[in-house]
Design a protein around this ligand. Structure first.
Ligand code: ADP
Length: 639
């Protein structure tokens, strides 16, 4: 190449370098700057003079230094190798700027002997990238947020829809002036189990059963006025199963208007809650209370609310009049049924209290007396029941004034007692004289007279027994039946009684079976009377000549049992439990038997006063077995 050409080339390249927009620098392998092009000023703010002789690594951002050295190392090792990298470089203004550098290893180049560095300030580009990244990040965050909000809204909507559908209250939405059904929830479908609700159809079309009950009119009123309607325990006749049968139900109702953006009503939300059960339960209680109140206020019987200890908390006027106390006495807590009761009735009351505690009621009304405020006695019939099964201490008691009945009973008893006494004296006297006459005529041979006198004697025995029974009855009633307490031999007594009774009949044969060797403590005459009663009945109610068997034996629990068996007319089971009641008789209009219905009653009184038991086993048409048991002497001693 000619010198001229060379010079021209040099000038050409210098001009290229010096006018290049990128800064161009030459550096030693250690980084010292040996040349910097004029563009250095535009790129990093320093003039070429300010940087030549400086080490370029001193300007590099400490965080980028290691990376830069890592990139440069292979380039330094390989002549001709070019590397490109981005790093932060301290600008003359003190801030770091982003440079894109290209370094070429021209160390072995014969004309250069340096690292050629091409620097391009890319701060703006970096900023734009950064901005773009930030923008992208922002949009992403916004998108995520928007999606989350949407999801939340969706969940809230779902939640509302679930609430609406599953609400225990019946809810529906009616739209527009014609009130067309938009939505109806499951609770409505439960009330009308078979109904197909038709969205878009009017309220009348969907609820034809409510026609004529005033509900539609109310809905239209709410739509027009914009004022909500609230109805409590409203009676509605509903066709629950769509069979055309209307049934009553009670409902709490709200018709809530909903408004559009202009404030005009555009729909009605209907809330309905069925309260039929509650209303009926309350009505039931109220009716019950009202009835009870009427009963109490009717003042037919005395009524008290009391507890089992005696305190009377409430009483009606009849009761107060009966016992002679005032309402003020009642309010002051001065009326106490236990304190008003004379001691002889305490046992009966104790039984009643036990029944109330155990069963909540007294099985049968019982007779007792109260001492009035003025000290006089009042005869009453009482019954009571616990007010609350769980708390038997609180009771309602009904008290009937029994004084009239008692007076009547008393006069009847007095009459019987007086008549019996009046009869007894002449009969005893006739009996005495009959026996004298009988003895006298026995010595003579006048059979007829003897026979007649014997008959008279027997009839007089009967009459005497009857009078004795009547007297005993009045004594039982007056609580004055006195029993002797003496030991006696049961077997002997029974033999005597059989002998005595056999003398009265030729038709029946009375047979004794067994023995007890029992000694009983008690009233021998009265136990004898029981045996006579039972044998008399056995004879009377066995019209055919059939035997009568008297069986005696000792049974478990130290009891002597006597059984009188006949093969007579027998007793229907429906009568058996009542036979031992006073004056009870089984009457047969076709075949009447004489009698008063007191024999078995007295027998039971006597046996029970000896701590014994009396019972019957019988079959109609086949005969009866009347039995009684008495405790043996050493058992009685334990009483
Ligand atoms: P009465 O005086 O009527 O016989 P009781 O008190 O002795 O009174 O008996 C009551 C009723 O029991 C009788 O009216 C009778 O119907 C029935 N009765 C008693 N004993 C017998 C019996 N052995 N067989 C059938 N019925 C009997």
């Amino acid at each position: 190449m000619a010198v001229n050409d060379l010079e021209q080339n040099d000038t050409f390249f210098r001009a290229l370098i010096e006018n290049s927009a990128d800064a161009i620098a030459l550096m030693s392998p250690e980084g010292r700057i040996t040349y910097a092009s004029p563009a250095t000023k535009g790129c990093i703010g320093y003039t070429p003079e300010e940087v030549v002789g400086q080490n370029c690594f001193a300007f590099i951002h400490p965080e980028d230094l290691a990376a830069v050295q890592l990139v440069l190392a292979p380039m330094l090792a390989t002549p001709g190798r070019v590397v490109t990298f981005e790093y932060r470089f301290r600008h003359k203004n003190g801030n770091y700027c982003w440079l894109k550098g290209t370094a070429t290893n021209l160390l072995s180049h014969p004309a250069v002997h340096a690292i050629l560095s091409n620097l391009h300030n890319i701060s703006e580009q970096k900023r734009d990238e950064e901005l773009l990244r930030a923008n992208e990040e922002n949009s992403r965050v916004l998108l995520v947020r928007e999606q989350a909000v949407l999801r939340q809204e969706e969940a809230a909507k779902q939640h509302l829809s679930n609430l609406f559908m599953q609400s225990p209250a019946m809810i529906c939405v009616l739209n527009g002036p014609e009130l067309r059904l938009e939505l109806v929830n499951d609770a409505f479908r439960q009330l009308y189990s078979k109904r197909e609700f038709l969205p878009g159809k009017t309220v009348q079309e969907n609820w034809p059963d409510l026609e004529g009950q005033g509900f539609f009119e109310k809905l239209y009123q709410v739509y027009q006025s914009g004022i909500a309607y609230v109805g409590n325990e409203v009676l509605a006749m509903v066709d629950r199963v769509d069979t055309g049968v209307l049934e009553p139900g009670y409902f709490n109702i709200v018709y809530q208007p909903a408004f559009d953006a202009q404030g005009k009503v555009n729909s009605i939300i209907v809330y309905v809650m069925e309260v039929t059960e509650q209303v009926l339960a309350r009505q039931h209680i109220q009716n019950g209370e009202a009835r009870l109140r009427r009963l109490i206020d009717a003042n037919i019987v005395g009524v008290t609310f009391c507890n089992l200890d005696g305190r009377i908390s409430e009483a009606n006027d009849v009761f107060l009049q009966m016992v002679g106390y005032t309402r003020e006495d009642l309010l002051a807590g001065k009326i106490d049924w236990a304190k008003m009761t004379p001691p002889e009735y305490k046992e009966l009351d104790g039984r009643a209290v036990r029944d109330l505690r155990e069963r909540g009621a007294i099985p049968r009304p019982y007779e007792k007396a109260y001492r009035r405020k003025d000290g006089t006695l009042l005869s009453v019939v009482v019954t009571a029941a616990a007010l609350d099964e769980a708390n038997p201490n609180e009771c309602i008691a009904f008290i009937l004034d029994n004084s009239m009945q008692k007076e009547l009973d008393q006069s009847k008893d007095d009459f019987i007692s007086m008549t019996s006494h009046e009869l007894k004296t002449p009969v005893t006297s006739i009996k005495g004289f009959t026996q004298i006459l009988l003895k006298r005529f026995e010595q003579r041979d006048e059979a007829d007279i003897k026979r007649f006198l014997s008959i008279m004697d027997l009839q007089l025995d009967k009459l005497t027994r009857l009078i004795g029974d009547l007297l005993d009855i009045s004594k039982v009633q007056g609580g004055k039946l006195v029993m002797e307490q003496k030991p006696f031999n049961l077997d002997t007594l029974i033999s005597e009684m059989i002998e005595q009774m056999q003398a009265t009949t030729t038709r029946q044969n009375i047979k004794l079976v067994g023995k007890t060797n029992a000694t009983i403590i008690g009233d021998r005459d009265r136990v004898g009377h029981v045996i006579v009663n039972l044998i008399t009945n056995a004879i009377k109610y066995s019209p055919d000549s059939s035997p009568i068997i008297v069986k005696i034996f000792c049974a478990e629990e130290q009891q002597a049992v006597t059984q009188i068996q006949d093969f007579g007319i027998g007793i229907d089971p429906s009568h058996q439990s009542k036979l031992f009641a006073q004056f009870y008789r089984v009457t047969d209009p076709h075949k009447p038997y004489p009698g008063l219905g007191i024999g078995l009653y007295l027998s039971r009184q006597i046996v029970e006063r000896h701590d014994g038991k009396i019972w019957v086993e019988s079959k109609k048409g086949e005969g009866s077995v009347f039995s009684f048991s008495l405790p043996l002497m050493h058992e009685q001693g334990k009483r």
